[in-house]
Design a protein around this ligand. Structure first.
Ligand SMILES: C[S@@+](CC[C@H](N)C(=O)[O-])C[C@H]1O[C@@H](n2cnc3c(N)ncnc32)[C@H](O)[C@@H]1O
Length: 407
């Protein structure tokens, strides 16, 4: 074999490429904002469940509905407890705690990808199946049911009520269900906002964002309907499911994720006012790459007639912009911006973090502390702002619900 063959072989393997978090399905926002945020929302409930299981010397069983490439497994098994800096990360579900993971999906291509990533293990299996026809009673109950990243937006509400009913009936006390729908009032699709919730349940969705700036040039993009929901609609689904299953399901959390950083911010396909904030936040998280902080300021354009959604977005945008401007002033050593009329606690915390980080970074003489230390922390602080200010209205790309089975 020649050296040319050797390099060609490496190229063909797909592993000889420049790694970047700036683009693609697993970009930095997906990994450091969205996946982690889902984990942080689930963590308190999961910790309790794991403690109960440990007490009973039992292990955890996980069912991932619409698992796609099996990402749910990675998300859940990488959730860390709030450990101190002197300890290595403490995983909430250590490998020996996982008894069984099953991912089900209707798409064979995605299942193949999942198997390629996670391999063939006895306790990790991927099966082709429609979750609406799934026979839950044919198996031992699971402890955690996941339907992440818009999976149940493929369902009608009736199907989701039935699915929740089936899960609640066949699972035990303490089981958790995490669902993540598309948020109705995301800024990404502001042109679709409506008050007529009954007659406007679906949006025509395209996975155009993976083509980056070239999506407009893709002539054959397939569009498919996805259910968009606000809090009222989730509560309606919840009440119907609760009635059907005789009360044994409780909504523990309803929360927005990915405000201003959803996939369609950059395409501006459903809202011409969108700025490419996902690309810019990807840049914040990218090591050795400096971001122009002026570009990341949000110019929120409200839509008349939607005071609740406008107030949420405007408040988050004000806090976001203040944090960015404040950080820029700290970096430049210039005068700090005048305080806002109201400084909510999540913003106060973020300002304090950025003060400390910039102070430390300015004393470091190694590498690129601005790009690799200050900017990623700014990215995390923006995420924390969202987590602290969100109201579970459906104003993010995703609206996340955590349910618990109570028997
Ligand atoms: C938006 S993707 C989410 C994938 C994955 N859960 C993740 O976290 O990235 C939705 C997935 O649900 C699957 N799906 C949609 N309807 C389904 C159904 N009725 N039964 C099983 N899978 C379904 C699709 O094939 C797709 O893989």
């Amino acid at each position: 074999m020649t050296k040319v063959d050797a390099y060609n072989e490496a190229l063909k393997s797909g592993h000889y490429q420049k790694l970047t978090g700036l683009l693609g399905k697993y970009d930095n926002v997906r990994r450091f904002w969205e996946d982690e945020e889902l984990g942080l929302y689930l963590r308190p409930y999961l910790e309790r469940l794991v403690a109960q299981k440990t007490e009973r010397s039992q292990k955890l069983r996980l069912l991932d509905l619409g698992c796609g490439s099996g990402d749910g497994l990675g998300i859940v098994t990488n959730i860390t407890s709030n450990s101190s800096i002197s300890e290595p990360n403490t995983i909430v579900i250590p490998p020996d705690m996982l008894e069984f993971y099953q991912g089900i999906d209707i798409n064979e291509g995605l299942l193949r990808q999942a198997r390629a990533i996670y391999g063939d293990k006895q306790n990790v299996v991927f099966v082709k199946s429609d979750f609406n026809d799934y026979d839950f009673s044919s198996e031992e109950p699971y402890d955690l049911y996941l339907a992440n990243y818009g999976t149940l937006s493929h369902n009608t509400d009736e199907q989701t009520v039935e699915l929740l009913n089936n899960i609640a009936k066949h699972s035990q006390d303490g089981a958790l269900i995490m669902i993540d729908w598309l948020g109705r009032f995301s800024y990404e699709w502001q042109t679709l906002w409506t008050k007529d919730l009954d007659n406007n349940q679906w949006m025509d969705y395209a996975i155009s964002y993976i083509y980056s700036g070239d999506w407009v040039k893709q002539p054959e993009l397939t569009y498919f309907p996805l259910r968009i929901v606000g809090s009222q609609e989730v509560l309606h689904i919840y009440r119907q499911a609760k009635r059907k299953v005789g009360g044994s399901i409780v909504l523990r959390k309803l929360t927005d994720r990915s405000s201003f950083v959803g996939r369609h911010m950059d395409t501006a396909k459903y809202n011409p006012h969108c700025q490419p904030l996902r690309r810019l936040v990807n840049s914040l998280f990218e090591p050795n790459l400096c971001t122009n902080l002026d570009d990341i300021l949000i110019f929120y354009v409200p839509r008349d007639g939607f005071p609740e959604a406008n107030n949420y977005h405007q408040r988050l945008a004000d806090c976001w912009n203040y944090l960015v401007t404040y950080t820029k002033a700290l970096l430049e050593g210039s005068e700090l911006p005048e305080a806002l009329d109201e400084t909510p606690l999540p913003l106060r915390r973020a300002l304090s973090v950025m003060r400390k980080v910039v102070r430390v970074a300015s004393r470091l003489g190694i590498g690129n502390p601005r790009a690799s230390l200050v900017e990623p922390q700014l990215g995390y602080c923006l995420r924390e702002l969202e987590m602290g200010l969100q109201q579970g209205l459906g104003c993010g790309h995703g609206l996340v619900a955590v349910f618990e089975v109570v028997k």
